[in-house]
Design a protein around this ligand. Structure first.
Ligand code: SF4
Length: 491
C-alpha cells in the first residue's frame, strides 16, 4: 500500500518483473511533501505496480510471524542512546554486543551496498539498511509513521525542537480493549522502546520524558523500572483505566496538565507524544539502520490454533507488511465459529476489512467478531469523536438490521475544518441527557453508541429511565474476546 500514513501517497520506484530484496525501498515520499517511504518486507519479484500499491511476490523462505513474547531486550542499545542510563539496566550494560549495536548512530552511515543481517531487537533476517547521517534522517529513511493508528510521519513530528521544559511522552496507554502488543513489547523488550524514546528526546531537545501507562500493567512497569530507575530524565506517570486515556491530547492533559483545544498541536503545550511501537521502530532505525517492514498487532477472536486454547487474544510481533489478513487467520489455525465481521484495529476505532486486506503500518489488530446481534427496534445513533464515526455506526446498524431513526453527536465532538471530529475534553463526560432524549423523541427505542467509557455510563443512566436499550459499537468484539463490555450494565 502506498498510502499507509497521513500525507501524500508514496511514489513507486520499482517496475514489474524487477527483483527486490527485503528492506529495499519500493516507493518514495514525494519531494517536499508530507509522507513516508515504503519498503519491501520480503525478498521477491515485483508482480504489479499501480497508484495504490506495489505487489511483491515473495521468493524467499515462508513468512515467519513471531509469537507474543518478543526477543529479549539488548540493554546495550540503551547504553548507545544515552550513557546516562548505562548503569540502570543491570548486568551486560555497556558490554560489547558483537553485532554492531550502538555503532550505527555514532559512526556515520554503514556501507549499504548489500543486505546486512539485523540482530537482537531488530530481528534475525537480512535486510537492506537505510541511509541517513542523523537520527532524524534515519527516521525518515526508515519510513516510520505513528504505529498507534494515526500514521503521522514521525520525521515530521520530530522535526521541530521543543522549547525549554520540553516533554516527550511515551504513550503506553494501550487503551483500546483487547489490544496487548504494546504492553507485550514493554514487558519483553523495554530497552528497545526506551532507546527509541531517548533518541527522540535528543532529536526534539526534550528536557524530560514521561511514560504514560496504566497502573494495572504491573509486569511492564517492573520491566521499565529495570531500565530507567537511575534516570533523572524519565519518569512513569499512571493513567486512569478508561477509554480514551491514550488519546494524544488526553495524555498531554493527564501528564502535563495542559488541555489543548482540538485545533492545537502537542508542541503548543511543549510536548511530543510517541506510541511505544513507534519508539521501538526509532531504535531499530537509529541503532540497526532498519526500515519499517513489519507491524506488531493483536489477533483477537475464536481460532482453532493452540495459542488460542485458553485465551482469545494473542499479540503477534513483527508481522510482515503486506501480508493479507487471511494469512493471519490461517496462522491462528482458522476460525472456530461463524463470524460477523473481520475488524482491522481495536473495538473503538477499528474498521471492517476483507480477507485480502494487507497488514499496514497502522494496523494494530485483527479480530474476527461473533455474528451481530439482531435489533428489531428503531435505532438512534450517538456518535463519539474518539470512537466509531457516523459512517461506521451506520454500517453496524445495517448489519444488526436496525432502522436508523436519528443521529446525534456528543456535544464535546468538535467538527474540524477537514471534516473530521475531535473531542474537546477526551473521556470527561459533558452530560448526555439532551442527546439521548432527542433521539428518543425522534422515535428511537434502541441506541447504538460509540461513546467513551465515562459518557457510556451516563447514557446508561438516562436510557434506563426512558427506557431504551443501549448497544455499543464495541459490543461484538468484546463479546467475542473480552475483557467485558464498555458499560456498567449489560443488555
Ligand atoms: S466526551 Fe464525548 S466526544 Fe469526548 S470522548 Fe467522550 S463521548 Fe467521545
Amino acid at each position: 500500500m502506498l498510502a499507509q500514513h497521513v500525507g501524500r501517497p508514496a511514489v513507486p520506484s520499482v517496475k514489474p518483473g524487477e527483483a527486490v530484496t527485503r528492506g529495499q525501498r519500493l516507493a518514495s515520499k514525494p519531494d517536499g511533501a508530507l509522507g513516508a517511504h515504503v519498503h519491501s518486507s520480503v525478498d521477491g519479484e515485483v508482480a504489479a505496480v499501480c497508484s495504490l500499491y506495489v505487489d511483491v511476490e515473495a521468493t524467499g523462505p515462508s513468512l515467519d510471524i513471531s509469537p507474543g513474547q518478543g526477543a529479549a531486550a539488548d540493554p546495550g542499545i540503551v547504553a548507545a542512546a544515552d550513557p546516562g542510563i548505562v548503569a540502570a539496566a543491570g548486568s551486560g550494560i555497556g558490554a560489547a554486543t558483537g553485532s554492531g549495536i550502538g555503532a550505527a548512530a555514532g559512526s556515520g552511515p554503514i556501507a549499504a551496498a548489500s543486505p546486512v543481517a539485523g540482530s537482537g531487537a531488530a530481528g534475525g533476517e537480512a535486510y537492506v539498511p537505510i541511509g541517513g547521517s542523523t537520527v532524524l534522517e534515519m527516521i525518515e529513511e526508515a519510513g516510520i509513521v505513528g504505529c498507534g493508528g494515526a500514521g503521522f510521519p514521525t520525521a515530521a513530528k520530530l522535526a521541530r525542537p521543543l522549547g525549554p521544559g520540553g516533554l516527550l511522552i511515551l504513550n503506553a496507554a494501550e487503551c483500546e480493549p483487547t489490544l496487548r502488543h504494546n504492553i507485550t513489547l514493554l514487558e519483553s523488550d523495554p530497552a528497545r522502546a526506551i532507546c527509541g524514546m531517548l533518541h527522540a528526546m535528543r532529536t526534539v531537545q526534550a528536557e524530560r520524558g514521561a511514560i504514560a501507562i496504566k497502573e494495572k500493567h504491573a509486569k511492564a512497569i517492573r520491566s521499565l523500572r529495570g531500565v530507567i530507575d537511575r534516570s533523572d530524565k524519565i519518569s512513569i506517570h499512571f493513567l486512569e483505566d478508561h477509554y480514551p486515556s491514550g488519546e494524544e491530547r488526553a495524555a498531554i492533559r493527564d501528564v502535563a496538565g495542559v488541555l489543548l483545544r482540538p485545533d492545537q498541536l502537542p508542541f503548543e503545550a511543549g510536548c511530543v507524544v510517541l506510541n511505544v511501537e513507534t519508539a521501538a521502530r526509532i531504535a531499530d532505525a537509529a541503532e540497526h539502520r532498519k526500515p519499517v517492514m513489519s507491524k506488531d498487532l493483536t489477533l483477537a477472536g475464536q481460532y482453532c490454533g493452540a495459542a488460542f486454547r485458553d485465551r482469545n487474544s494473542v499479540p503477534l510481533m513483527d508481522v510482515p507488511l503486506g501480508l493479507p489478513v487471511s494469512a493471519l487467520i490461517e496462522h491462528a489455525g482458522g476460525l472456530s465459529q461463524d463470524f460477523g465481521e473481520l475488524l482491522g484495529g481495536g473495538p473503538f476505532t477499528g474498521k471492517a476489512v476483507l480477507p485480502a486486506t494487507p497488514v499496514t503500518k497502522t494496523m494494530g489488530g485483527l479480530a474476527a467478531t461473533m455474528p451481530f446481534l439482531r435489533v428489531n427496534e428503531k435505532m438512534g445513533l450517538l456518535v463519539c469523536a474518539c470512537g466509531a464515526d457516523q459512517q461506521r455506526l451506520m454500517e453496524l446498524a445495517a448489519a444488526m438490521g436496525g432502522e436508523v431513526a436519528g443521529i446525534e453527536h456528543c456535544k464535546q465532538s468538535a467538527q474540524m475544518p477537514n471534516g473530521t471530529r475531535k473531542c474537546e475534553n477526551p473521556g470527561h463526560c459533558p452530560g448526555q441527557a439532551e442527546k439521548v432524549i432527542s433521539l428518543y423523541r425522534q422515535g428511537a427505542r434502541a441506541l447504538l453508541i460509540s461513546n467513551c467509557s465515562d459518557c457510556t455510563n451516563t447514557v446508561m443512566t438516562i436510557a434506563d429511565r426512558l427506557p431504551v436499550k443501549v448497544y455499543h459499537s464495541t459490543d461484538s468484539l468484546l463479546r467475542t474476546a473480552g475483557p467485558g463490555l464498555i458499560r456498567r450494565k449489560h443488555i
